[in-house]
Design a protein around this ligand. Structure first.
Ligand SMILES: *[C@@H]1O[C@H](CO)[C@@H](O)[C@H](O)[C@H]1NC(C)=O
Length: 290
């Protein structure tokens, strides 16, 4: 009796576990390691990817697919302890001289001092749109979700679901917007101690090497670009994936706008849009239109 009962309950449970476990692991399917000579690793049944950096080299990976619009989520856990001088870049970019790019860059720091989350948007080869933030948590003690929503109306950077930056499509007033070049996802961990930490004042302490950053839970609801055609679908690997494409029209609701303001008021440490010294001829037009 007892064994009948347990097998009746166990079988569906095992099936469920099997689906969740096998579908969650996807680094081999979605990414390839591009450099670092063994310093980048895909582990735990494809569920975990780690990049490392030592005196001799950093490492990096890129997505196998190119995307033209998408909502891309990745969990990252950054280099712990003394990470001064290191930069973990996580971004999307197209190719060519008029490339488009959407950047997250995490600038390391001495133990206990805050990372800087640096963001930028390039359209048609032109960037110079930096915004920098501190985070409201320690990004090295656990995984957190960093998301890029890129649809025809806007680019939205979010951290654990909280929007930190919006770059609107303002083509109507002459600001180029990324919309016809597919982008790949890239990430790398490298040494940038000539500028990263307190403007280059603090150098990498190589006695702490290797430095390691970790990635998990990649999810893309995106349009995959291949052979000149875009096919929009949910690439979600969770067993409960719905192929909703609401993200293609998603905008900030009232609560999102309030949270964005909260981050910008309390955590933003640099905003190109108010850097009058840097733009003596006048601020970029996207900064002056509301
Ligand atoms: C590192 O810590 C210092 C001191 O708190 C701070 O000024 C700086 O913004 C932090 N981040 C980086 C990447 O330099």
């Amino acid at each position: 009796m007892a064994s009948t009962t347990s097998s009746t309950f166990l079988l569906p449970l095992l099936v469920t576990l099997y689906i969740v476990v096998t579908c969650a692991g996807n680094f081999n399917q979605d990414f390839e390691i591009t450099w670092g000579d063994g310093r980048a690793k895909i582990l735990n049944n494809n569920n975990l990817l780690t990049l490392s950096l030592d005196k001799f080299s950093g490492s990096g990976f890129q997505s196998k697919h190119e995307y033209l619009y998408g909502k891309i989520d990745m969990q990252l856990k950054l280099v712990p302890g003394n990470s001064a001088g290191t930069v973990t870049a996580y971004y999307m970019s197209s190719k060519g001289t008029n490339w488009d790019e959407i950047d997250f860059e995490f600038l390391g720091n001495l133990s206990g001092d805050p990372y800087i989350l640096h963001t930028n948007v390039f359209s048609q080869g032109k960037g110079n749109r930096e915004q920098q933030f501190y985070l409201w948590f320690d990004p090295t003690s656990d995984f957190h979700t960093y998301s890029i929503l890129w649809n025809p109306q806007r680019i939205l950077f979010s951290v654990d679901g909280t929007p930190i930056r919006e770059f609107k499509n303002l083509e109507s007033i002459g600001v180029p917007f990324p919309k016809n070049q597919a982008m790949r996802i890239y990430s790398s961990l490298w040494n940038a101690d000539n500028w990263a930490t307190r403007g280059g004042l603090i150098k990498t302490d190589w006695s702490k090497a290797p430095f390691t950053a970790s990635y998990r839970s990649f999810n893309a609801n995106a349009c995959v670009w291949s052979n000149g055609k875009s096919s929009c679908k949910s690439n979600s690997h969770s067993s409960s994936s719905s192929s909703s494409s609401a993200w293609l029209r998603q905008e900030l609701d009232l609560s999102g706008q309030q949270r964005l303001k909260w981050v910008q008021k309390n955590y933003m440490i640099y905003n190109y849009c108010i850097d009058n010294k840097r733009f003596p001829q006048g601020l970029p037009i996207e900064c002056t239109s509301s």
